[in-house]
Design a binder for this molecule. Structure first.
Ligand code: MN
Length: 134
């Protein structure tokens, strides 16, 4: 990561999201800020992907086919990558997921549909170590 004063923090980010439209949006917004994005449509191969790409941040959809985001967070926390910063992507309609996400050990959450204008700033704050909850 680049922490030069005033510079945009540029990082490797893994996005786990089953909606192709959402994935495309996240990829576009993050790439525009210079981030390196790896995308996964679900939990298959998650730990291998983390080991291979060494992301600084994971954006984890909660509602996924197969294992959900909570189960996948538990896999990460039980792995050699336990300290990885992981943000939950929660659906606006599922308000209970947000509190549950923090209790489960996510490093914050971003509610979908995302606000396109503020999303890059929330990612930047998460990379800087803040608990993002919006
Ligand atoms: Mn989903």
């Amino acid at each position: 990561m680049d922490f030069a004063p005033g510079a945009q923090i540029v990082a490797r980010i893994l996005v786990v999201e089953d909606s192709p439209d959402n994935m495309k949006l996240f990829r576009t917004l993050l790439t525009l800020k210079g981030h390196e994005v790896t995308g996964l449509p679900g939990g298959e191969g998650l730990l291998d992907s983390i080991a291979r790409t060494e992301p600084e941040l994971v954006l984890m959809d909660i509602q996924l086919p197969g294992k959900d985001g909570f189960a996948l967070l538990a896999e990460i926390r039980g792995s050699a990558h336990a300290a990885l910063r992981v943000l939950a992507l929660t659906a606006h309609a599922m308000s209970g997921d947000r509190e549950r996400a923090l209790q489960a050990g996510f490093d914050g959450y971003i509610t979908k549909p995302i606000e396109i204008r503020s999303f890059p700033e929330m990612v930047k704050r998460a990379l800087a170590g803040e608990v993002v909850s919006h």
